[in-house]
Design a binder for this molecule. Structure first.
Ligand code: 6PG
Length: 235
């Protein structure tokens, strides 16, 4: 378990952007494609703004950009994870950049089937070079919630609506575990408890189940890191 702690969300975004650009450039330099899956929620906003500042340092021609999950809504809906990435960063992408949106407007079941087909058609083994994951306060990752069935051999799952939570489409635990690298990005004191609970012995949160099957790199600000390490970073 590798933990990077930044002083604040902006410093975290800069450190993350540095790492992603470096990894993508290394792949491009070896004429390899760099397949990454962007996370949902609002945490990635600072990272997208920072990546937008990197301009031509982004090796767009080498990228395949996917999403770790999406709400069952269209790309213009305020809740769309794609929309946030598009507005803050992906609108810069040159024509022809390989951005693979989850078609949430087709409904969770049909969108999950279509995305599964897309991923299976390409390469279903250790497919992603890097998957970004946010963390919910209940320890959920992507759209894998504590009440979700995580034991499936599917690559993409449809997650039914529950109460105020809209229906969603998510990479499965199996797909997350088969990626080469997983970054769990969390910021703010509200995530400290979910982190602490998820690394405790016998924990059953979706993050705990991910940790049980694959190594994770944590990228945290000082407030969230309090859940993992008692000493906040020195000023
Ligand atoms: C979503 C994501 C979800 C998100 C976490 C953190 O679509 O909302 O699937 O896992 O990453 O809930 O959300 P915030 O970044 O908004 O705190």
């Amino acid at each position: 378990m590798l933990i990077t702690v930044a002083q604040d969300p902006q410093a975290l975004a800069v450190a993350l952007a540095d790492r992603v650009v470096l990894q993508a450039q290394a792949a491009a330099g070896q004429s390899r494609r760099f397949c990454l899956a962007l996370s949902g929620g609002k945490t990635p906003a600072d990272l997208y703004r920072e990546l937008a500042r990197r301009g031509s340092a982004i090796p767009w021609a080498a990228l395949d950009i996917y999403f770790s999950d999406e709400r069952a809504v269209g790309p213009d809906h305020p809740d769309s994870n794609f929309r946030l990435a598009q507005e803050l960063w992906l609108k810069q992408a040159p024509a022809g950049t390989r951005i693979h949106r989850i078609p949430g407007e087709r409904g969770a079941a049909e969108a999950a089937r279509a995305y599964e087909e897309l991923l299976t058609r390409t390469d279903e083994t250790a497919f992603f070079d890097l998957v970004f994951l946010g963390l919910g306060t209940d320890g959920h990752i992507a759209s894998l919630f504590p009440d979700s069935c995580l034991n499936t051999d599917k690559t993409v799952v449809a997650v039914p609506a529950a109460g105020p939570r809209t229906a969603r489409i998510s990479l499965s635990l199996r797909a997350l575990c088969s990626a080469r690298t997983r970054f769990v990005v969390a910021q703010g004191a509200g995530k400290a408890r979910a982190l602490k609970e998820s690394v405790a012995p016998g924990a059953k949160t979706p993050l705990a189940q991910l940790l049980a099957c694959a190594p994770v790199e944590f990228w945290l600000d000082g407030a969230a890191a309090a859940g993992l390490c008692p000493f906040p970073p020195a000023p």
